[in-house]
Design a binder for this molecule. Structure first.
Ligand code: PFF
Length: 466
């Protein structure tokens, strides 16, 4: 359909872009808190098993579907002559759309904190929670107001994304990742050295290297499973889009292994930065996860460490690069679909779609503190509930759409397109894939059962699993 289809300019460019998609807020602010809850080293071990046995085969599957079909997430199934499975792509692209609405706003808050630490760190230190709430439209007197600060920074963040996407796959996405990802690694190492050399950091280090099986429950295992999917960007069909820009001679299993390894190493290093730093400054009972922890509690960490202001700026810059490269992958997957499916122009599509997602994201930000905007949710324990809109949006994508799309991909690859076709796609140009038997079993049986377990259990028990 498309002879002039974009391609990555180099192998390194693709690997950095795919790793950039995977390495995001999930690695840096979700993983450390989860690792702490799941018993440190024990969680890391369980997580590693999830990445190796489920995450990697699914990533390989998405990349193979993408490269074989040479199309966007929806067109991929039609090009492989199974149009009836296009719903998997639709779930992926709609999920990516909803995630981008809020991911881009959180990216904006991160940008606000880069600015905040650079310019007014003492104000943050004086009242970390007040500073966070003021960004989101909640005043000290309890009055709410329009969160224009958060929204202004979210607009800036979205403009950065749009500029990169408009420049195209090679000239925009690849080029940006070639700068952003090395910068991210350098900052990560600087922060790691700072954290582990803090007096009192040893206890945190010991915790991360210890095995406490008492803290492990079935929920821990499911949490590690959900976390690994989110972290590897699986189940949004994004890797179908990124795979479709890959030349046929590329070795997919090797690339998959590399991307999974990079993503996991960054998550583990983030754990080794945050846990020891919190142990050394605030104490073990202060470890948390999510936005409140990343924006509020960490202020105490930076305040009490020597050179904390500089490390604060570096930390939020790290988050910023991570968020940008992930958000870019989400938007690319949507833009690739819209431009190919409707033959729309890339520039106008990008501008419009970013604008609409930014507007919807404003509702997300407003529902965080300023206004009582509600969504609707159901689980068997609590029945129908009306959570804050921001929570409902995350529930919808994390608990429902990501597992649903991932399940669709592996049922498609395991039982319809068949592992033999994926293997034939992988084994081109003399590439040998030694693990094909294991791969087939994982994709046909193990992955679908595990994903069904996530889907059902999260709806039955109401637990957050991603
Ligand atoms: N993998 C990203 C993270 O860990 O933050 C988030 C993400 C990006 C999820 C792209 C899903 C996705 F399609």
């Amino acid at each position: 359909m498309d002879n002039s289809r974009a391609q990555w300019g180099s192998k390194l460019g693709f690997i950095l872009a795919a790793a950039g998609s995977a390495i995001g807020l999930g690695n840096i602010w979700k993983f450390p808190g989860r690792a702490f809850e799941g018993g440190g080293g024990t969680y890391v071990l369980i997580y590693l098993c999830m990445v190796i046995f489920l995450g990697a085969p699914l990533m390989l599957t998405e990349l193979s579907i993408g490269r074989a079909s040479q199309a966007n997430v929806v067109g991929a199934f039609r090009n492989l002559e199974h149009k009836g499975w296009s719903w998997v792509g639709w779930v992926g692209v709609i999920g990516a759309f909803i995630i981008t609405c809020y991911y881009s706003h959180v990216g904006g808050w991160v940008l606000r904190y880069v600015y905040g630490y650079a310019v007014e760190a003492p104000t943050i230190y004086a009242d970390p929670l007040g500073y966070f709430y003021a960004t989101l439209g909640l005043g000290a007197d309890g009055n709410t107001f329009f969160p224009w600060v958060a929204i202004l920074f979210a607009a800036l963040f979205m403009v950065c994304n749009a500029v990169v996407i408009i420049r195209g796959v090679e000239g925009g996405i690849e080029r940006f990742n070639k700068i952003g990802m090395p910068a991210l690694f350098v900052i990560l190492i600087v922060l790691l050295v700072r954290s582990v050399t803090l007096p009192g950091a040893e206890d945190g280090l010991k915790y991360m290297l210890s095995f406490d099986w008492d803290k492990v429950s079935f929920n821990t295992v499911l949490s590690a499973l959900g976390q690994s999917f989110y972290s590897l960007s699986i189940g949004m069909a994004i890797l179908i889009t990124y795979g479709s820009y890959l030349p046929k001679a590329e070795n997919l299993p090797k690339n998959t292994a590399l991307i999974c390894a990079m993503d996991t190493i960054v998550a583990i290093i983030a754990g080794f930065i945050i846990i020891p730093a919190v142990f050394a400054t605030l104490g073990p009972d202060q470890v948390g996860k999510g936005g409140g922890f990343a924006f509020v509690s960490l202020a105490g960490v930076f305040e009490s460490m020597p050179g904390g202001r500089l490390f604060g700026v570096l930390f939020y810059l790290l988050l910023l690069f991570a968020a940008l490269t992930s958000c870019i992958s989400l938007i690319e997957s949507i833009v690739a679909f819209l431009t190919e499916h409707f033959s729309w122009g890339r520039k106008a599509t990008t501008i419009w779609v970013c604008f609409v997602m930014f507007l919807i994201g404003c509702l997300y930000t407003c529902s965080q503190a300023a206004y009582p905007l509600k969504g609707i949710w159901y689980d068997a324990v609590n029945g129908v509930t009306f959570p804050a809109l921001c929570d409902a949006m995350e529930f919808l994508t994390d608990r429902l759409m990501i597992p649903f799309c991932a399940l669709g991909c592996c049922l498609f690859a395991g039982w319809v397109w068949k592992p033999e076709s994926a293997i034939a796609e992988i084994e081109q140009h003399g590439v040998r894939f030694g693990l094909k038997k294991v791969y087939s079993v994982l994709v046909k049986f193990v992955a679908p059962v595990a994903i069904l377990a996530i889907l059902v259990l999260s709806l039955v028990t109401g637990t957050t699993l991603s």
